[in-house]
Design a protein around this ligand. Structure first.
Ligand SMILES: [Zn+2]
Length: 395
């Protein structure tokens, strides 16, 4: 028997795509984990056996994607000696994460065979375990001298799709890094370069010259990890590579705004993606993606729907996924609203004035995984499961 979920009385529905950000609909239905209908109440039939969420005029968006995390195994990070950091991010609306390298493994190997083994194991482990339901793409190899093309064959065979931040491990020669990046990209893997100041002991200062030499898929945390690149270097990356530019929570908020404005002026907002860079020295950041979205909109001068696309459709497309609200996609959905006390009228308005959104419900593969965020403020509107008392809010 099919399993159904419906969200009704949606005030605003955002697609997560820059091309057509707003969907003219108030009802969304998921069947067996996949979005099966989007439309207005008069056109869309809600199945009798559906679990129904009444959005009470709140906003529905695609699950948020954190393009920059440093997982190890399961829901544990030795960097902060913290359990449950991924589950905590779920309460900030994040349903998918991408590893930028399993750098924090105690005793991380630095020989080529050891790095291939770690990437393979991390990929296969997270393919089987989803902490709190969050989909985590791990197995992001950190480059070390001595890796060969055969090593990349082995990782591609194992399903590894990522090269972690180049610059935080032993590979510091841009020409050699470029050769390895080419081997990875020829096998469909996405390559990230660390940019800016040194992040942890052992990492180095990397500017536009290095990024241009490597031609990665992502220039990681161009607003700093934690020390920002100069704006002229970001401009060179936009001009001389095809890389996405990534904004992270664990960076410089002032340059974040300037970088969004630069990308907007150049008509290249489709190249902006969002991550946290957590867990890091600055902590595990459960609301990091929401806060970067708010900073991008309020300081970068773009509308809320654009900031949302940075963390949904843009990031998904980088990884050859879809990530937008559309029929046939996985039903990874978040009901968000202006937080209680906000001066804004709705969720996107809240982002535009720099407020952190309220997360009311999170759905992964058509199943409710959060029915009241323990990390965000409550929503203004009384979003609730039909048949259950309103979970929170002002009414
Ligand atoms: Zn970094």
């Amino acid at each position: 028997m099919s399993q159904h979920l419906a969200i009704i009385n949606v005030g605003s529905m955002l697609s997560g795509s820059l091309d057509a950000p707003r969907i003219d609909a108030d009802t969304i239905v998921a069947t067996d984990g996949v979005i099966s209908a989007i439309g207005t109440a008069k056109d869309v039939a809600v199945p009798d056996d559906a679990l129904v969420i009444d959005a009470a005029g709140a906003t529905v968006v695609p699950g948020l994607r954190d393009n920059h995390v440093h997982p190890v195994f399961g829901d544990f990070t030795p960097r902060q000696s913290t359990l449950g950091w991924i589950e905590s991010c779920l309460h900030g609306g994040v349903t998918a994460m991408y590893s930028a390298g399993e750098a924090h493994l105690p005793g991380r190997p630095s020989d080529p065979d050891g790095m291939v083994a770690l990437a393979t194991l991390a990929h296969k482990s997270y393919a089987k375990v989803r902490p709190a339901g969050v989909k985590l793409e791990a197995g992001a190899v950190l480059l070390e001298p001595g890796l060969t093309e055969e090593h990349f064959d082995a990782m591609a065979r194992a399903g590894c799709r990522l090269v972690g931040e180049i610059g935080i491990s032993g590979m510091t020669d841009p020409l050699k890094a470029a050769e390895m990046a080419g081997w990875a990209q020829a096998r469909g893997m996405k390559v990230m370069v660390h940019t800016g100041g040194a992040s942890i002991p052992g990492s180095s200062v990397i500017g536009a010259d290095f990024v241009v030499a490597v031609q990665p898929d992502v220039a990681g945390h161009v607003n700093g990890g934690p020390t920002s690149l100069p704006l002229r270097d970001v401009q060179r990356i936009l001009e001389e590579t095809n890389a996405r530019i990534e904004l992270v929570h664990n960076g410089n908020i002032t340059t974040l705004g300037a970088i969004v404005r630069l990308a907007a002026e150049r008509g290249e907002l489709s190249r902006v993606v969002i991550g946290t860079d957590a867990p890091a020295g600055s902590g595990a950041q459960p609301l990091g993606v929401l806060r970067v979205m708010a900073s991008a909109a309020s300081l970068g001068g773009v509308d809320g729907a654009t900031a949302l696309a940075f963390a949904t459709g843009n990031t998904a497309r980088l990884h050859d996924e879809d990530g937008t609200l559309s029929v046939g996609q996985a039903a990874d959905l978040v009901v968000v609203d202006a937080p209680l006390g906000s001066q804004a009228a709705d969720a996107m308005g809240a982002l535009e004035i720099g407020d952190t959104l309220a997360v009311a419900f999170v759905v992964i593969d058509g199943r409710v995984v959060v029915s009241k965020s323990r990390n965000t403020p409550p929503p203004v509107r009384g979003v609730h499961q039909v048949g259950a008392a309103p979970s929170s809010g002002a009414h």
